[in-house]
Design a binder for this molecule. Structure first.
Ligand code: BGC
Length: 723
């Protein structure tokens, strides 16, 4: 069992003392969380949901709320609890702080493309600081669902398709989000969604998940395990069923793995209403049974449904569950509240830190850096980019060029469009006085109307170079935003085709929440820049790239398919038994099996050469480490950053293995002509597989190892592992 223990004897003692004073209703209350932002009026009573909640809070029937309006409300509600309830246990106040709070950072998929977990640690910490100043003590982040399906809207919130990269980010993000670098500043993180949610069938949100224990343990669970080991104070159970059992009812996940194997001490909270959804899933006949199944599975807190407070006391009194089961959950919740220091600091001093004042300078600088590093240069024919800032005339075209809302992305609950630097703003503030800008939206993102084309084509006529800001609205990715057509929506493709017919050099910026299927665009655009939804500093970061003030260093963490029919397509795939060639092989008769852009791909304005791969030993024993080195030289004329990626393949194992598996990476900066010898010390645990008996083991035999710029290229060597 993994031993990450954050509770102390004092915390445990204090929690026991508090528990001893509590009634059954107090206990079930602690296990109950409501959405304060959801406030319908009950037509029968005329009461709003909030009126009812206020009543329940003052009776000690609520342990946590989320979606409050700010610090004043937070303090009022804590005051209510402390003054009115006998147990006087402060509320945990939650919020979805996914990619920023008031300072909105790039969507998670963008931050992953930076291959810079340390930067994500900083954005997560900045977001927690802002959220905490606004009354929040619990952030429902990080989102660490591995996914292989760009149809799924929540790929935008994810770190992409790779378990290793997601695991590296999980650690940094949890530690960053749980920063406590200020007096009374303490925030719990909530890695989610545990587990398997990202492997939803057909890329449709909330859909069935059926996966083997092997894929669960190799691909899905490692980031969660790392999050637990990094001290995450809570975890969120996902909506989906997994192998026939919805997660809230899944004892194997919530107890066997989470508690018994990993020793997790924090809170397991349901997702929104998902205890209630056990009835809809068809595994519980009614609310009482849903309650019974969830508590037995090991779920500590009920988000939104109110089922725990309605049924837990009854189930204990009728002897259907032991009170000890309830106590165990309450002790975990109390331990988190004690760990956060909520009893010592229930109130947050009101400040204009983020709610009324300007965004903190340091956070803006971080947002710009994070946004620059998130951008992936996909294509740059004839080195069209970077553009010259001085003396040119530029057409800035496209429905996203002057959008303030869309760059905030899918989870920017507290971001404000007014804080966003648009693409147009960014370009205008970067160029010199002699540069003329001709702007026209050209079309919108949802209709096929060509009414705006003439204005856009006129702007292009008058210009030397065209920059087109295209993609998806913020509402086209995120929860319940799945798509089956992953091409540019609305009239955008026609707009590009019309623009290309004019023969001017074209740069396309793709502001999307997911990989799009755009093979046709390669014929039309000289340069393609994947910018995602980059948050408040979007325009500045994009201008930094366009004009070469920052050399692009982002690399894809989700494969770009050629077409929807290839999905799921991901680099971590296996061979089949079929040799290549001939008819009866694993291929499509109407499409290539290769992606448009592979995992790890991204260009720079300079070029890098990889050579002299070597390892100190070409044979190691099962417990040794392997020392690999490679020389990487900047062979271009600009300094730039390169993400040096290391992959392995176990050539022959007792269980089939992926063709390539990322096991290490390093982001380095090189000046023109400079060479770095990059070294990796590969621990034997990176070579381990899960064998037929589900044991993690390193098997003797040959391995191939690659070091290179993406999952499709690189220098390789072979080594042997012996007993
Ligand atoms: C989402 C979670 C989120 C929760 C609370 C759910 O619909 O799946 O990711 O944390 O709502 O807003």
């Amino acid at each position: 069992m993994t031993q990450h223990k954050w509770t102390t004897p004092e915390i445990r003692k204090r929690a026991e003392e508090l528990l001893a004073q509590m009634s059954l209703e107090d206990k079930a209350g602690q296990m109950t969380q409501y959405d304060w932002g959801f406030n319908p009026i009950n037509p029968e009573t005329g009461l709003s949901q909030r009126d009812v909640l206020l009543e329940q809070i003052s009776e000690g029937r609520v342990g946590s709320i989320f979606n409050i309006s700010g610090v004043e409300e937070a303090n009022q509600l804590q005051k209510l609890v402390l003054e009115k309830t006998s147990s006087a246990i402060p509320l945990l106040i939650g919020r979805d702080v996914i990619h920023g709070y008031r300072t909105v950072f790039p969507i998670t998929l963008g931050q992953a493309s930076a291959w810079n977990p340390e930067l994500a640690r900083q954005t997560a910490a900045a977001a927690s600081r802002e959220a905490h100043a606004d009354g929040v003590s619990w952030v429902f982040a990080p989102m660490i669902d591995v996914t292989r399906d760009p149809r799924w809207g929540r790929i935008a919130e994810s770190l992409g398709e790779d378990p290793y990269l997601t695991t590296e980010y999980a650690k940094a993000w949890v530690e960053g989000a749980q920063t406590n670098d200020g007096p009374g500043l303490a925030v719990a993180s909530c890695p989610k969604h545990f587990a398997g949610y990202g492997l939803t069938e057909a890329g449709r949100d909330y859909n069935t998940v059926d996966l083997s224990d092997r894929v669960l343990r190799e691909v899905i669970l490692p980031p969660f395990k790392e999050a637990v080991e990094s001290g995450a104070l809570s975890i969120m159970a996902s909506f989906n069923e997994i192998n026939g059992i919805p997660v809230c009812a899944n004892r194997y996940l919530l107890t066997t793995i989470l508690r018994e194997e990993w020793g997790f001490e924090g809170i397991a909270v349901s997702d929104y209403n998902s205890i209630q959804e056990l009835i809809v899933h068809g595994v519980a006949a009614d609310e009482e049974e849903a309650c019974l199944i969830s508590i037995k599975a090991g779920l500590d807190m009920d988000m939104s449904s109110g089922i725990y407070i309605r049924y837990l006391p009854k189930l204990v009194r009728e002897g259907k569950i032991s009170e000890q089961l309830v106590d165990q959950a309450v002790l975990r919740i109390l331990a988190v509240k004690l760990k956060l220091g909520l009893f010592e600091h229930p109130f947050i001093e009101a400040s204009d830190y983020v709610t009324t004042g300007a965004l903190p300078e340091a956070h803006l600088a971080l947002a710009r850096q994070s946004a620059r590093e998130s951008i992936v240069l996909l294509r740059n024919e004839r080195n069209l980019l970077p553009l010259n800032k001085a003396a040119l005339s530029l057409a800035v075209i496209g429905p996203l060029a002057d959008s303030r809302q869309d760059p905030l992305g899918c989870w920017a609950a507290d971001g404000r469009p007014d804080d966003v630097v648009t693409v147009l703003d960014g370009i205008k503030s970067a160029v010199g006085a002699n540069t003329t800008i001709h702007y026209a939206a050209g079309c919108d993102l949802t209709s096929q109307s060509e009414a705006g084309f003439a204005e856009a084509l006129d702007a292009i006529h008058k210009s030397d170079i065209v920059v087109m800001a295209l993609g998806e609205t913020f509402e086209m990715s995120g929860e319940a935003r799945c798509r089956t057509d992953l091409d540019l929506p609305g009239g955008q493709r026609k707009l590009v085709e019309a623009a290309a017919a004019l023969g001017k050099p074209i740069v396309v910026l793709l502001l999307s929440g997911r990989p799009l299927t755009i093979p046709w665009l390669l014929e039309k655009a000289d340069s393609i820049v994947q910018t995602w939804h980059l948050g408040v500093q979007s325009g500045h970061a994009i201008a930094d790239i366009l004009f070469g003030d920052y050399n692009p260093s982002g690399r894809l963490t989700a494969t770009f398919p050629q077409n929807v029919g290839q999905i799921p397509i991901y680099y971590y795939r296996k061979k089949t038994g079929r040799p290549p060639g001939g008819i009866y092989t694993s291929y499509y008769i109407d499409s290539t099996t290769e992606p448009l852009y592979p995992f790890g791909y991204g260009l720079s304005y300079t070029s890098f050469k990889y050579e002299s791969i070597a390892c100190k030993e070409n044979q190691i024993s099962k417990d040794d480490s392997l020392h690999v080195s490679i020389d990487v030289t900047n062979t271009g004329s600009l300094s730039g950053e390169e993400v040096v990626q290391c992959y392995i393949r176990d050539e022959s194992a007792s269980v089939t293995q992926p063709l390539k598996k990322l096991i290490a990476f390093r982001k380095i900066k090189l000046n023109p002509g400079e060479t770095a010898t990059v070294e990796f010390q590969i621990k034997s645990s990176s070579l381990a597989i899960i064998d037929a008996d589900m044991n993690l083991t390193v098997e003797p035999g040959y391995f191939t190892l690659w070091v290179g710029p993406n999952s499709s290229e690189g220098e390789s060597l072979r080594f042997n592992v012996v007993d």
